[in-house]
Design a protein around this ligand. Sequence first.
Ligand code: PLP
Length: 429
Amino acid sequence: MSDTRLARDGGNPVWTDGWPLWPQPGPGAERRLLDTLHSGRWAVSGHWTGRPALESELATTFAEFTGARWCLPVDHGSSALLTALHAVGVRPGDEVIVPGLTWVASASVVARAGAVPVLVDIDPRTLCIDPAAVAAAVTPATTAIIAVHLYSAMADMDALRELADRHGLALIEDAAQSYGARWRGRGAGSLGIAGAFSTQQGKTLTSGEGGLFVTSDAQVRDRAEMLRGDGRRYARGPHTVGRPDLEEVPAVQGWNMHLSEFQSALLLDGLERLDEQNRQRAAAAELLDKLLTEYGDLEPVDPYPGNDRRAYYHYVIRLRDGAFGGHDAATVADALGAELGYWIHPPYQPLNAHPLYDPRRLPGVAEQGRAAGFDPARFHLPAAHREARRAVVLHHPMLLGSEDHLHAVIEAFDKVRQHAADLVPGSNR
Ligand SMILES: Cc1ncc(COP(=O)(O)O)c(C=O)c1O
């Protein structure tokens, strides 16, 4: 018997046939992992076996993918950001401008480096950092800007580049969510002095955990290589089988942020399919934009013209004023998720109200009298809050399904729209 109530009220869901799994290993992944297993080399810090570490192959392949000159694989996206901050010379006490709507790590790494994260508002068109808000936040203590390319759009790299040049600031890209996106033909991550990517489980290129740092600046590259390796770097001289491949350089204080060879194997596998998957995601997102906006109550993300190729980590659609009975995104997303059997959710909580973000909790901050500067509540982020209340977010594996999957999404929006009067506020954040 068909029960036409909302699935969250016990009715029949729109879709019960599941969604594409993520991550998806390619046909060559097992061979690569097994070869690594028996290779005698599981880490960069292992011995030379007669052939370069897989991570060097990954570094070359990924640098080419982005268009940056160099890549250094690291253990997390957060480490790539931390490496970038240290490598470009951000110092304790400096101010670093960060968008107020992003994953907490974009800002928490700044505090971890001893610098002050200055949160600024977003441009509602793209959900990315608002260049006008950046301009208003620059002070004599500012030394860097972190541009986050959020969900499916790139930050305005022309405006940010102009600001960075005018004030002598380092422009760092947090490209964790934008593999393959382009700005005027140039790859995300390659436009600033350094770019940081995450290869954590949910990302469109993943090794479970991991990260990738890119730069085209030789000095930054050299410092970054030692920073991520406890001060070690690949030996510049000839290699000897059975001896370490790394040499010790007493130049910078680093940490061990190396990526393992197994993770490099998975990323080389993922890179072989990334372009094709990105094309599929983009085609699905374009179809959703077209069909979901037909009623006029939903508004898609509006990328800047310079963002000539989009990459979809999350697909985002916004509820216009009064749409869906005036309910917020959390309520609508919860109902949609029940119809589709997948986690659909609102965006991140803005960082001046995010339960996981409060750098005053870092060791030493209160004792050193730095708590006031680190208080997230001192920043005003009205656009971030408005968008967080009205944006519904779909994770990228939903874009990798069949046409039937996409039509189920449309049907679920239709059903929830028709039942808007039955919705009860509730969050699945
Ligand atoms: C925008 C953004 N920045 C930074 C990170 C941090 O990456 P990781 O979790 O690999 O440290 C993430 C990943 O979650 C992210 O989405």
